[in-house]
Design a protein around this ligand. Structure first.
Ligand SMILES: NC(=O)c1ccc[n+]([C@@H]2O[C@H](COP(=O)([O-])OP(=O)(O)OC[C@H]3O[C@@H](n4cnc5c(N)ncnc54)[C@H](OP(=O)(O)O)[C@@H]3O)[C@@H](O)[C@H]2O)c1
Length: 284
């Protein structure tokens, strides 16, 4: 049967602003049943109200999670399992940048913890539910920033120095593409697909995290080229909702089309190693 997003259960993280909020509106408009994940109760309630208002749909719920805490991600997964007997689409989207090197409560560099290990832990905890609900889709919001990313397994958190905002971000986004590809291999034959994407350079709150000196440069050099948040969210919506990508898995999308990610992101041995290291880092 052709994929039809109407009535499908969609869980989307980072749904309180930017791409996640906009994708929630569009998917709710198309008739999906959305669960929006936010970390702040007030912002999350406001985002749910906005999605209901703009989409005209009442099928919009929310759950809370701070992805900087592994205990909280486990609790979120438990809440999803308690609430839903099926999950058709999981969109891993929550993420950000950090000017300074920060550690989470679990002692892990925050960019890697939130942007990659958060996706990893939530997805692995929900995989059985996704497989039970197949056909189902996992969408991983990565970035073209992955092309500058490197993985140093001896120092994933830059403890020995060399921390830079975009180095940490690039590392986490390389991990996103490798993770989606490895998921696709591990889930082959189950009816669950996994793809990653770059949404474009989009005018969202993520740029507020840039260092002060970079903000005028962003305004002058980048902002004129930014996509609207609606256009940025289009690739998330495409991978979640379009019948065109039915059965497509292990691909990296830009502007709704599959493109080749960086060579490093296609390295199967690297993806396998990242999986093992990530599993150890979240104690799974
Ligand atoms: N904008 C771009 O140009 C661009 C380009 C490439 C890739 N991306 C990717 O797109 C995704 C969404 O970013 P965006 O541009 O829409 O930025 P955004 O407007 O800043 O949205 C980020 C979302 O993630 C949430 N989030 C951040 N840290 C979190 C945490 N520790 N726990 C739970 N939620 C957390 C934020 O929640 P709060 O509202 O509570 O802060 C917000 O809902 C990210 O993965 C980003 O890497 C963006």
């Amino acid at each position: 049967m052709t994929w039809d997003i109407r009535g499908k259960n969609v869980l989307i993280t980072g749904a309180t602003s930017g791409l996640g909020l906009e994708a929630s509106v569009e998917l709710a408009r198309r008739g999906a049943r959305i669960t929006m994940v936010g970390r702040d109760p007030g912002r999350t309630a406001a985002a749910v109200a906005e999605v209901r208002r703009r989409s005209g749909s009442a099928e919009v719920a929310s759950l809370l999670c701070d992805f900087a805490s592994q205990a909280d991600v486990r609790r979120l997964a438990g809440d999803v399992l308690a609430r839903h007997d099926r999950l058709d689409v999981l969109i891993n989207n929550a993420g950000g940048v950090n000017k300074d090197r920060l550690l989470t409560v679990d002692g892990i560099e925050r960019t890697f913890a939130v942007n990659h290990l958060g996706y990893f832990l939530l997805t692995t905890r929900l995989t059985d539910l996704l497989v039970k609900s197949a056909p189902a889709r996992i969408v991983v919001v990565a970035s073209e920033g992955h092309r500058h990313g490197t993985l140093d397994f001896d120092d994933l958190g830059f403890a020995r120095g060399g921390y830079k905002i975009m180095r940490a971000y690039g590392r986490s986004k390389l991990a996103n593409v490798l993770f989606a590809n490895e998921l696709a291999r591990r889930l082959a034959g189950t009816g669950v697909t996994a793809n990653s994407l770059h949404p474009g350079a989009v005018d969202t709150n993520i740029w507020n995290g840039a260092p002060g000196w970079a903000k005028p440069l962003i305004t002058v050099l980048l902002r004129p080229f930014f996509l609207s948040v609606e256009r940025g969210a289009a690739t998330l919506v495409h991978l979640a909702a379009s019948p065109e990508v039915e059965g497509v898995t292990g691909r990296y999308f830009v502007k709704n089309r599959p493109v080749h990610p960086a060579r490093r992101a296609q390295d199967e041995a690297l993806a396998q190693r990242l999986w093992e290291v990530s599993a150890a880092m979240v104690g799974e």
